[in-house]
Write a protein that binds this ligand. Structure first.
Ligand SMILES: [Fe+2]
Ligand SMILES: [Fe+2]
Length: 135
């Protein structure tokens, strides 16, 4: 399973969003490495909680932009955010309940969930914001 490496091709051309995406990928990579090195359960749970917290902050940032500029795809993009967050929260609960992933893929989140979301949803938002002179 490859680590998710940030590169310019993932840029959505809005500075704050790009910076948050880079941080998000760092957290995902950290989690990935932690699972592969069989980190202790409580530490793993804490890393997941940190990922959930930051992901929630990031989604709020995007949603504020969407509301402020009346983004036409707000509803579907917001729904995607809720689905991802729910899934991450389920993982926290599973790990708390004793689930012990051996490989990152055991999480049943594609290793690229963050990248997929960027490609399929955030890129369109970035282009829209650029058209409103937001970079
Ligand atoms: Fe998004
Ligand atoms: Fe995003």
């Amino acid at each position: 399973m490859p680590f998710v490496t940030w590169s310019e091709e993932y840029s959505v051309n809005v500075k704050v969003i790009d910076q948050q995406h880079q941080k998000l990928l760092e957290l995902v990579n950290g989690l990935h490495a932690a699972v592969e090195s069989c980190i202790e359960k409580e530490q793993l749970r804490q890393m997941l909680v940190e990922l959930v917290k930051f992901t929630a902050i990031h989604f709020s940032t995007e949603e504020e932009y969407m509301k402020k500029y009346d983004y036409p795809q707000l509803a579907s993009h917001h729904r995607e955010h809720r689905i991802l967050l729910r899934h991450l929260n389920d993982l926290v609960n599973a790990v708390s309940g004793g689930f012990r992933p051996t490989f990152y893929s055991d999480y049943d989140v594609s290793t690229d969930w963050a990248l997929l979301h960027i490609e399929e949803h955030d890129r369109g938002l970035g282009a829209f914001l650029n058209s409103k002179n937001v970079y």
